[in-house]
Each structure stands twice: as C-alpha cells, then as structure tokens.
Design a binder for this molecule. Structure first.
Ligand code: PHE
Ligand code: ZN
Length: 863
C-alpha cells in the first residue's frame, strides 16, 4: 500500500505515505498459522508455519512483513529457499495456489525498548502487536484483513516462566525435563495477527467464573505480580459486570472457555484486546482504596469493559485496514460510555466525557493535526490512535444512536453482527447495516467520517407574541487538506425554559440540521423564555449563542438537563474570565449552586462539577490568541473570590461531606469529590485552619482520593505542611509505580512559580525513568498540560519537552511522538511564543535519525 512520498524540506528523510484509495485485497491468505516459541535465553527462537492460499487469479508473489528479525532459514513446502529480505519485506515466489511456508527467526525481547512485538517487562515476556507489531515477531502479511486460526506452542524454563499464556484454549502442560515445560494454545476463532498475544512469567491469578446467557461456564483469571493480587478485585467485578451488560444491551455472548487479563508495568497504551488474552497497563487493572482514587476505580472499570467489548466490536468483526480504526475504537468507546453510565451517575459521566473531548479532541480538530475519524492517509499508523478516532468517533456513534433511537440502533447493530461476523470490514459496512435496519438515509451523515473539524452552530432567536422562532445555522472551518466543506447532518436537542417559572415549557425537541440554516418554532409561550441548547451534548459541536450573564446564571440554576445546566455555568465562567470584569456574577452563581446542594435539590457529585472553573487551557481555547498570563491571573482572582466569599459555606460543605469512608457508591464518591473541592477552595482562601485541615486529612486519609485531594490542595502553598505531605507520599508509596506516578504529576501540574525548576530537577530523580511510558506521561506529559509553566515566555518549557522527546525517540518512538502534540498548538499563541515553539519543532524535524513516528508528527505540526 506504500504510495507517494511526503517531502518536508527540513526533514533528512522522506516519509512513505499510505493511502486509503490504494487499498487492494491481500494477494495471499493465511488460513492457518502454527507458531513455536522457544522463550529462554536472551534470544527467543520463533518458528512459524503458515498455510498460504492464493487469493484470486493473479501471479504475484507472496510478500511478508518483518521488522528487526534475524532470519535463520525459510522453507516452502519443506524445501529451503534462498530468501533475502529487502528492508522490511520478504518476497517469495510460489508456483501453485497453495503452499506451506516455514521460517525460523531470532528476536531479542530484553533489548526491545519500543514495547512493540515481544518485549520484557519486569522479567516477564509480553507481546503488543496492534497495529503493526506482529512483524517484529515473525514474517507475516501484517495487515488486519488476513485472518488465521492460530496454534501456539510456548516452551520455556519452568522457574523463570511458570505461567505460559496465549489466545484461545490451553492444552495440557508438558514437562520437557531439564527444568523446562511447554504448552500449546489453540484459538478456534480466525483473527488478524494484531490480536495475537503471548505472556510468559511469574504471575499469580485471581480466578472467578461467569456463566453466559446460553449457560456456558467461562473461567476468568486476572494475572498480576503476587504482591498486586489483592488489588485486582475491582477489575474482576468490572469484568463480570461487562460480560453481563454486553449480553443484555447488545445480545453479545463470550465465545471461549476462558478469559485472561494480564497486568504489565511497561505498556505503550491503556490496554489491548487480544483474543481471550487482554493485556493491560497495570494502571487500568490495579486498584484499592489506599492506592487508587475514585477516578482511577472508574477508569479501571471503563477500560476493562472497553477491552472486553472489543471481543465483538474489533475481534469477531474486525477492521479491513487501519483507516477503519474508528470502526472498532469509536464504537467500543461509545459502548464503554454506555456501560459506565448504566453503572450510576449518568449525568456526571456525560459531563466527564465532554470535558475530556473538549480538553483533547477539540484542540486536535482545530489545529494542524486535525484529521477525520476515518483518515485517508498516514505515514505511521501508531500516530492515529487519537482522541479524534476514539472520542469523536464515539460521539459519531452516539449521534447515530440519537438519530435512529435506541431500538433502531440496536436493530442496526444486530444486523451488523449478523452480516459481518468473522469478517474484516469498513466503516461503510457499519453505516450500511444501520441504514438497512432503520430504513434511514445516512448519506449526508457519512460526512462525519470524511470531514475533520468541529462544526459551529450559530443560534439566533426572535420572539413575536407567543411564538419563539429559533434559527440554527452551521459553519465548518477549513482544516488541513479540506478547504471547502459540504454541510453536515447534525442531531441537535433543545428546549425552552421559562424565565419566570424556571420550568421547561413543552417537550425537548430533536432537530436534524442538514441545510445551512434550520428554523424551528416554539409556540403558545406565555412567559419570557431561555434556550437550553445541545442538551445532553447531542452533537460534538461548538454552540455560538447570545445570552446575558444573568440568563446564564438563571439556566445554571434552572435548566432541567444536567449537562445543559453544567454548561450554563461553564459559559458564564468563560464569559467572565475572558475579561477583567469583576467576577461577582460568577461568584453569585456558584453560591446558588452551593445553596441547591445544601437544600438537597442537587447531588454532591453534580455540585462539585458545577463549582469548578474551566481549566486555563480551555479558557485559552476560546480566545483568538491565548494570553497565558492574563488567563492565569483572572482565573486565580475568580477562584480566590469564590473561596473567600463563601468560606463559611465551604467549611460547612467540607464538614458535611468529608469522612465518607471507602465505599464506592455514587453517594460516597460524590461526597468525597465535593469535600475535596471544598478543601481546595478553603486552602485557596488562605487560613491556617484550612492548611491544618488539609494536613490532617492527608495524614488520616483512608482513601487515595482523600490523600491525593489533600496533597493537591497543599501543593501550591509554601507551607511546611506541603513539604511534609510530599515527602511522606513518596516514602509511603515507594515502589508502587501507579502511586509514584501521581507524585510526579502533582508536582508537574502545580501552579507555584518554581514549577519549571522542580520539573527539571525531577527529570534527574532516581525514580524518573523515561523508558516507562506511564512515568514519562506522569512527569513530562503532565507538565505540557500545565499551560502557564509549559508556555513560560522564556521558551524553557518548550526546550524541556523537545529535549525529552528527542531522548525518548531513541528508546521508544511511539512514546516520543506523542510528546510532539502540545507543540502543534503553536498557532494559538503570540508571535514570540510561536517562534519559540516552531524552533523546537524545526529542531526535531532537522535531527538526523529521528523515527518515522516523530518525523510525521513534527512535520504535520509545523504545517
Ligand atoms: N486497541 C487498544 C484499545 O483501544 C489500544 C492500543 C493500541 C493498545 C495500540 C496498544 C497499542 O483498546
Ligand atoms: Zn479500543
């Protein structure tokens, strides 16, 4: 599929671009694969036996992919061939229409710091094959439309590798004598090679079982290091809940005799859905009250659900090519969001989804890295595991759910599974199934797959007597490579709220925006009204509507849609914080929300979300040009006003909600959240009592939520309590990777003026290890999200990031490439900062030997 080349004048090497339009079905299929791994020693020997079948009438050779393989020999039908790899491919001429191709290669997992293919993590051997890691294990047509049945034999030293796992169902353990053993796993379900996995090492299991809706009993196991075993209970509960939920919500049943999850400390992403053997970043498996926050518990459950749901959306029905990535990822994120909402606190979950989308995806869609949820070209597919593919992709599926209704959507999903089980398909196949099942025309809706950028909806309302006419018009800004954009099909929910009664008048309306402007009317109104817009965040758009601060404050108290109510407060805050105005109206609205919480008409979890100001980064996103210092100054002033005006009420909220134990009920989580928000405001107000309360909470905490909440409240102060808590935190949790990550992140996010120096110093801390992706993100990734300090006028923040990126690129290109993203926002800043940011991107692009991953990201970021 390699096509033309993209030349960046500054780049030392050109990039090969892969294009969707060049897709061709595979020339050869591989119905069966047998793999034989000899895992001992620094070198792993991999023998692969591929049954290959010519696909169609052609006389082209078999072309296999391989990366960094040391090839011992290759045979075709038992006869050695003189096979000389050409770069990363091996071309074999085959006379007949089928053959058996056998090869033996040597690989070195202990030397593999890229964490793709087979690598070592804390002495265990694990694989990561998505997207293109299988080629680092053996010669193979490494593309998702080649589906094979796998038989995998693992042989290893018993003492070093007591546990040997792969996909499917295990055979009996063979004793090989001389301290070695072997096992053969068989996976009956044909799968693309990106879903292959093996794990070997010293692990223990939490075991359980699940009986499926047709009465089959499935063995469940979560494998961790022995010391971590007690921390896997929450993940197991989430797994069982996910299995039951997918049966009930989508009619999908699990299809193997066992399901294994393995936690590993070194992992490029969150987790991986390998068939029957999910491999997880330990951060998304391990959780207990002492070491995990409530947000961590929720993230564990969501990721366990996400990977489990891939068994149908990704594995049973997989992707034809990597341009279709959102087919499995957008859909599976939507499914995990539905699951999480069904576990409780749906409104707060939705607010959280939107917050995440706006923090990462909206900026991506507004800058040089914008791409559609189905991109049409890439140089390195690893660079496209983005918030656009995942989170905007999920919003697109949610819009289908909204347009078709729950029943129509379910019929469409059923039809998709019926039609495509066992196939590698496209986003078009998904849409076609939705269309056939619902009899709806999704022609215009398809543009969501083709066009990048966040649509803007402009709203104008005019009142005549008892009728309100609302005009909604859509605008689509140009994005890289897409200057003219046809109109989108946008489901938009709205309602009117009485300005006197404070009640919704009439039903909520769902309007389908398809033309340049859509008009709707609300009739029979006998009082002034306000508009409640994009309720439930029905579409991933920006809404431009006029509303006075008084009206926004009113909606923040009266809107009956929880998302829209929260949104009104956000809009009010953004309006105030865009100016140097007195924040009195914002302060008053926060007071009203607190009062509603005190009166019991709003729950604590919602109050906690609503009284938080938008982040500095999000405030910056609204402006034509980000004024780093002014945003910080205004936001701090508003925070201080909110903190001091309501100091007594923060104390009341704190006393009422703190000490809520370790329960994971929505009520207890909401109470902890509000208590910690209150504590942060109290420390901001500046009394010695508040600092003492934070120090006491820190010391007495029975949950990580409360301990980290106290540390975070103290982190920006210059008090001995801060230093004591920080030192205690490090000592108390020494050796616990996930918690030590939090220690780094808390310091990287601090607003104290010494933050940049602290981060520089932490780069030299013995616990800082840039080869571990979690640790790199915890310090360097978090620092890049600290708007004020990353964007220090001197450019020191940019230099720090680029320096780390170039150093990490030599170890792990995927990790390094992600660090280029914050520099890609350069156009949003003043000319001096723009120049500094561009200079770092140019330094990266001009460095000899940078990886394809980094080169693609940095050159796109510069464009
Ligand atoms: N497919 C994984 C998921 O979203 C993500 C992943 C991508 C993991 C690439 C590892 C490597 O569930
Ligand atoms: Zn996924």
């Amino acid at each position: 599929m390699a096509g033309m080349q993209m030349l960046d004048a500054r780049a030392a090497t050109p990039l090969d671009i892969v294009r969707l339009k060049d897709y061709r079905p595979p020339d050869w299929l591989v119905p069966n694969v047998a793999l034989d791994f000899d895992l001992d020693g620094p070198v792993t020997v991999v023998r692969a036996t591929l049954s290959v079948v010519r696909n169609g009438l052609h006389d082209r050779p078999l072309v296999l992919d391989g990366s960094r393989l040391e090839t011992s020999w290759v045979e075709i039908d038992g006869a050695r061939v003189n096979a000389t790899p050409q770069g990363d491919t091996l071309t074999l001429a085959i006379a007949g229409d089928r053959a058996t191709v056998t090869s033996e290669v040597r690989i070195q997992p202990a030397a593999n710091s890229r964490l793709m293919g087979l690598y070592a993590s804390e002495g265990r051997l694990v694989t990561q094959c998505e997207a293109e890691g299988f080629r680092a294990i053996t010669w193979f047509p490494d593309r998702p439309d080649v589906l094979s049945s796998y038989t995998v034999r693992l042989a290893a030293d018993k003492a070093r590798y007591p546990v040997l796992l792969s996909n499917g169902d295990p055979g009996v353990l063979e004793d090989l004598g001389d301290g070695r053993h072997a096992i053969t796993w068989t996976d009956p379900w044909p799968k693309p090679c990106y879903l292959f996995a093996l794990v070997a090492g010293d692990l223990v299991a939490r075991e359980d079982s699940f009986t499926t809706m047709s009465g089959r009993k499935v063995r469940l196991a979560i494998w961790t290091a022995e010391a971590d075993l007690p921390r896997s209970a929450h993940a197991m509960a989430a797994l069982k809940a996910s299995m039951a939920w997918d049966e009930q919500a989508y009619g999908r049943e699990y299809d193997l005799g066992e399901f294994n999850i393995v936690a590993v400390a070194d992992f490029n992403a969150g987790a991986m859905e390998n068939k029957g053997l999910n491999i997880f970043n330990s951060k998304y498996v391990l959780a207990d009250a002492e070491t995990a926050t409530d947000a961590d518990f929720d993230a564990v459950a969501a990721v366990v659900a996400h990977e489990y749901f891939h068994n149908w959306t990704g594995n049973r029905v997989t992707c034809r090519d990597w341009f279709q990535l959102s087919l499995k990822e957008g859909l599976t994120v939507f499914r995990d969001q539905q699951f999480s909402a069904d576990q409780g606190s749906a409104a707060v979950r939705r607010i959280d989804d939107v917050r995440g989308l706006r923090a990462v995806q909206f900026p991506e869609d507004a800058g040089p890295l914008a791409h559609p949820i189905r991109p049409d070209h890439y140089a390195e597919i690893a660079n496209f595991y983005t918030a656009t593919i995942y989170n905007k992709g999920a919003e697109v599926i949610r819009m289908l759910h909204t347009l078709l209704g729950a029943d129509g959507y379910r019929r469409g999903a059923d039809l998709y599974f019926d039609r495509h089980d066992g196939q590698a398909v496209t986003c078009e196949d998904w849409l076609a199934a939705m269309e056939s099942a619902s009899k709806r025309d999704l022609g215009q809706f398809r543009r969501w797959y083709e066009q990048a950028g966040t649509p803007r909806i402009e709203v104008h309302a005019a009142r005549a007597g008892r009728i309100l006419t609302v005009a909604l018009s859509q605008r689509l800004a140009a994005t890289p490579g897409q200057s003219v954009k046809p109109l989108m099909h946008i489901p938009f929910r709205l309602a009117v709220i009485g300005r006197t009664s404070g009640k919704r008048i009439g039903a909520e309306r769902l309007v389908e925006l398809t033309g340049p402007e859509t008009r709707i009317t609300f009739e029979g109104l006998d009082e002034p009204v306000l508009l409640s817009l994009n309720r439930g965040f029905s579409a991933p758009v920006v809404v431009d509507a006029q509303a006075s601060r008084a009206d926004l404050a009113f909606l923040a108290a009266a809107d009956d849609d929880p998302f829209a109510r929260w949104e009104a407060m956000q809009r009010l805050a953004l309006d105030v914080l865009a100016t140097d105005d007195d924040p009195a109206e914002l302060v008053a609205a926060v007071g009203a929300t607190l009062a509603a919480g005190e009166a019991g008409s709003l729950d604590a979890a919602f109050v906690a979300e609503a009284v938080l100001l938008p982040t500095e980064a999000f405030i910056g996103d609204q402006a034509k040009m980000v004024d780093v210092e002014a945003i910080h100054r205004r936001r701090e002033a508003a925070r201080t006003a909110i903190a001091t005006v309501f100091e007594d009420r923060w104390w009341a909220a704190y006393r009422r909600h703190s000490g809520s134990g370790t329960a994971l009920t929505p009520e207890a989580k909401g109470a902890r959240r509000l208590a910690n928000v209150a504590l942060a405001y109290l420390v901001t107000a500046g009394s010695a009592d508040a600092v003492a309360a934070a120090a006491t909470q820190y010391a007495d905490a029975v949950t990580m939520t409360d301990r980290l909440g106290a540390l975070t409240a103290l982190i920006n102060t210059s008090t001995p309590e801060r230093d004591t808590a920080l030192a205690d935190f490090h000592a108390r949790f020494a050796g616990n990777n996930d918690v030590i990550d939090k220690w780094f992140t808390a310091q990287a996010l601090a607003s104290r003026s010494d933050t940049l120096d602290r981060v520089e110093a932490l780069l030299g801390h013995p616990d800082f290890n840039p080869a571990n992706p979690n640790r790199l993100r915890a310090l360097v990734g978090a620092f890049a999200a600290n708007q004020r300090h990353f964007h220090a006028a001197s450019g020191a923040g940019y230099r720090l990031l680029a320096g780390q990126l170039l150093a990490v690129d030599k170890i792990n290109p995927q990790s390094a490439a992600r660090l280029a993203v914050p520099l890609g926002r350069w156009k949003r800043f003043d000319p001096a900062r723009q120049a500094l940011m561009r200079a770092e991107l140019e330094r990266i692009v001009g460095t000899a030997g940078v990886s394809k991953d980094v080169l693609e990201m940095a050159s796109r970021a510069l464009a």
